[in-house]
Design a protein around this ligand. Structure first.
Ligand code: HEM
Length: 205
């Protein structure tokens, strides 16, 4: 698929904005992906980020191994047949609404939740001196704490730990090194969730 064509359809059973972009950009299929393959693709995409971030392929394989269920049968199925990206909502990583809420349960964008990110953001300067809104790690942490807080009554203790493997890792991979700090550009976040695309600077050959 060329980078200018419309992204391919992504299953609503996939709630991860990062994986949805990988599918939409034709880097992995929408359904079954061998564990080694998903890890290889993520490590490769990450290496195109600012500062060439390294993410641990073995840990990604471990996450993919249990992503569709924790029973021995389910783990064996993923080990042999790959992770089913279109069935992640029924797996143990789904936080059932204690995340950002930007993608609803049908994978539609909730514009108010996307706009809410700005409550945690501040003005940043990119390397060229252009101003934009963005989130540094402290601001991302405040956002994750607030997400966990508002989910009181329908959250699991593990949900807050899972968040640490989502937004901070997104910062590491698509974050920008600005004049003063490393930050997640809100424009890039919207682009990822809505257009299912990575920042153009990461797609250059
Ligand atoms: C290193 C690459 C990855 C990054 C940067 C990433 C990032 C994210 C982010 C930012 C969210 C959104 C959380 C929210 O809306 O609050 C998310 C959700 C999710 N991710 Fe990923 N992810 C990655 C890899 C994976 C992998 C390998 C899997 C499983 C195979 C996975 C499964 C999920 C699931 C199930 C959710 C939904 C959690 C929820 O209910 O809020 N992700 N991820």
């Amino acid at each position: 698929m060329s980078s200018t064509s419309q992204p391919v359809t992504v299953s609503e059973g996939n709630p991860c904005p990062f994986l949805r972009a990988l599918v939409a950009q034709g880097k992995v299929p929408d359904d079954k992906v061998p564990l080694g393959e998903i890890a290889r693709v993520i490590v490769d995409v990450a290496s195109k980020g600012d500062g060439h971030p390294k993410v641990p392929g073995v840990a990604i394989q471990g996450v993919a191994l249990i992503a569709n269920g924790l029973s021995p049968r389910q783990v064996w199925r993923n080990a042999m047949g790959g992770v089913r990206l279109n069935e992640l909502r029924s797996g143990p990583l789904n936080k059932h609404g204690s995340g950002s809420g930007i993608l609803d349960e049908n994978a539609n964008i909730d514009a108010a939740q996307l706009a809410r990110l700005d409550e945690f953001a501040s003005d940043k300067l990119d390397t060229d001196g252009n101003a934009e809104r963005g989130l540094n790690l402290a601001e991302i942490t405040r956002m994750m704490d607030a997400n966990f807080e508002r989910a009181a009554g329908h959250r699991r203790a593990i949900d807050r730990k899972l968040m640490d493997q989502e937004w901070p890792v997104l910062l590491k991979i698509i974050g920008k090194q600005g004049k003063a700090e490393h930050y997640l550009s809100l424009k890039d976040v919207a682009h990822l969730f809505v257009e299912r695309r990575f920042p153009a600077r990461m797609m250059e050959p």
